[in-house]
Design a protein around this ligand. Sequence first.
Ligand SMILES: CCCCCCCCCCCCCCCCCCC/C=C/C(=O)SCCNC(=O)CCNC(=O)[C@H](O)C(C)(C)COP(=O)(O)OP(=O)(O)OC[C@H]1O[C@@H](n2cnc3c(N)ncnc32)[C@H](O)[C@@H]1OP(=O)(O)O
Ligand SMILES: Cc1cc2nc3c(=O)[nH]c(=O)nc-3n(C[C@H](O)[C@H](O)[C@H](O)COP(=O)(O)OP(=O)(O)OC[C@H]3O[C@@H](n4cnc5c(N)ncnc54)[C@H](O)[C@@H]3O)c2cc1C
Length: 642
Amino acid sequence: MAAQIWGSEKRARRRREISAKIAQMPELHDSKPLPFMTREEKIMESARKLTILTEKMGQIIDPTDPAELYHLNNEVLGLEGNPMALHGVMFIPALSAQASDEQQAKWLPRALRREIIGTYAQTELGHGTNLQNLETTATYDLATQEFVLHTPQITALKWWPGNLGKSSNYAVVVAHMIIKAKNYGPHPFMVQLRDEKTHEPLPGITIGDIGPKMAYNIVDNGFLGFNKYRIPRTNLLMRHTKVEADGTYIKPPHAKINYSAMVHVRAYMLTGQAIMLASALNIATRYSSVRRQGQIDKSQPEVKVLEYQTQQHRLFPSIARAYAFQFAGAETVKLYEHVLKEMKSGNVSLMADLHALTSGLKSVVTYQTGEGIEQARMACGGHGYSMASYISEIYGVAIGGCTYEGENMVMLLQLARYLVKSAALVKSGQSSKLGPLVAYLGVKSEPTSLIDRIPNSGFTEYVKTFQHVSKRQTLKAADMFFGLMEKGEKREIAWNKCSVELNRASRLHTRLFIVEAFVRRVNEIADIRIKEALTDLLHLHVNYELLDIASYALEDGFLSASQLDYIRDQVYLYLGKIRPNAVSLLDSWEFSDIELRSVLGRRDGNVYENLFKWAKSSPLNKTDVLSSVTQYLKPMMEKARL
Ligand SMILES: CCCCCCCCCCCCCCCCCCC/C=C/C(=O)SCCNC(=O)CCNC(=O)[C@H](O)C(C)(C)COP(=O)(O)OP(=O)(O)OC[C@H]1O[C@@H](n2cnc3c(N)ncnc32)[C@H](O)[C@@H]1OP(=O)(O)O
Ligand SMILES: Cc1cc2nc3c(=O)[nH]c(=O)nc-3n(C[C@H](O)[C@H](O)[C@H](O)COP(=O)(O)OP(=O)(O)OC[C@H]3O[C@@H](n4cnc5c(N)ncnc54)[C@H](O)[C@@H]3O)c2cc1C
């Protein structure tokens, strides 16, 4: 199963080897539990481990393999981030995709050797979503052949970029490029922010940390202002766009090609989210198989809480989602790598499809991951609320994904643009022009679902039902939009009036893709035992998801009330079937205790001993009487007693 999750036997074996090596290297372990550290201590601890990793990485992993790097990161540095999180996730990808060969030769080896630390600075205090209204300017000075970066007002301060505040000395900065008074829109520039020797901010740069956040606090998300700060013309990233010395602008082959670093993260973050969901579920499911509370049969002893159907219903559909996201994420990464290769050689024809797909997936996956992690926390009762479970930290980090790399509603609306264009093709009889991801929009569906009538149809009838509801909602939302425009409404106003319906279409389309990715994977599996276990999980997935969106299929009678009962019964049937495999389905992800950082979810299952030991190690328990008591509470009580 681990091979299915991680992509191959070799990958699963390598993960085990890496975890085993790290277990033998105490210098790479947290020196004390992270929840007992202040933010400053955590940042220091992370930097300490990061520098050891820089020395020893080659002994542990193949540093050119992103999957091994990510595993090493999760084991040693953890999900709260590190001082170079953005360096690997956005700075290097931005340089790789957007810098010319000559620029790459100059900067990439230095970045890869970690001579310099970089980030991606795009969002501003006043604007994150609407990139056209960013306010930082890069004005070309023909006389000196330099760009002058400037922050005209407080809302133009860069705000949020990870590791910008304190760690980075370089950044890819997105600014509106102005040449001879003409604004060419947002473009990426390589900018040095700090002196390489002293790490002091360079003159003309105002920079700092934006303060503590809901989670992810090892990362120093920062602010940045420029006061007429000059950089050479050749610091504009020039793989696709060029500015000649005389100010001549050579436009890129696709207007949005400079957005590739965002698409990179959107594609890669899906498996990251799956891992966080599976981690929280691993903790909750292990705990639920240890925790005994109440009886189902009064004549019997107390049961493990995992025996309760409500507990299973709370956890198991999310286990299925974690697998589904992992499989859909792996497909998306493959597609992304393919499109990137094509883009580098000038073929930009697949960019729109990839943008639509990643926009929808990033939104649905992050939202459902958040839901699943929060349910996992609640499934642990009181102990879930303790930082000993670590689930609240996992939640805080994962939920950030709903906002970063494009706020979810906004990204769903991006996919909706693509769906509406596709609907227009269907309506104008041009279905043959539809791309493979939306080809189903042009296929006539049966009048009713056959879900309960063809028992051995595999998952075909389910996929058809998801296709039906997605198609119907897409065409309905598109009709609504076109209808408003026909009545004379301006395009943007009509769009806004339909946007809730449009986003519903985007979610349904994306959920269909996730189901299909799960089906594709299960169909490929040769090992009969693995196939059987995953088929059960897939049964739960399709039935649970369909029940969740059933109103769309009931509206037009595609599903009947009796079919809904059938689907519901299937959910209960598969909850029971999955119960014996539940812990194994999560243990198969092979998270080490070091990586999980959860006292509640350790592999040994000694929940109560571990919790008591952890509580005793709390800094508050170093002394029996705290100074807050001697200084304030004791005098108050004494005064009251007089
Ligand atoms: C097997 C290997 C396994 C390896 C495993 C490794 C696992 C690794 C896991 C990694 C985990 C990662 C963990 C991450 C850690 C956390 C890091 C956080 C970092 C966060 C960074 C950031 O947030 S950076 C800032 C991000 N900002 C945004 O996303 C802004 C959102 N806004 C936008 O994107 C845009 O403004 C917009 C798209 C909403 C609108 O743009 P714009 O105003 O320019 O659009 P227009 O209206 O003019 O035009 C729309 C038009 O353009 C098309 N379009 C838009 N974007 C793209 C694109 N990217 N590509 C192609 N086309 C695009 C759009 O479709 C429209 O087309 P039409 O034809 O007109 O409809
Ligand atoms: C943990 C974290 C890390 C980050 N790291 C980075 C980084 O490294 N580099 C970087 O540059 N940025 C980073 N960001 C910033 C992030 O990319 C932005 O916060 C994000 O893109 C959302 O933009 P915003 O904050 O402007 O939200 P807003 O756009 O102000 O969103 C507020 C609300 O308005 C709605 N809304 C906005 N526009 C529309 C629209 N057109 N239609 C409908 N509804 C709309 C949204 O749906 C939302 O409900 C990070 C953010 C976080 C939380």
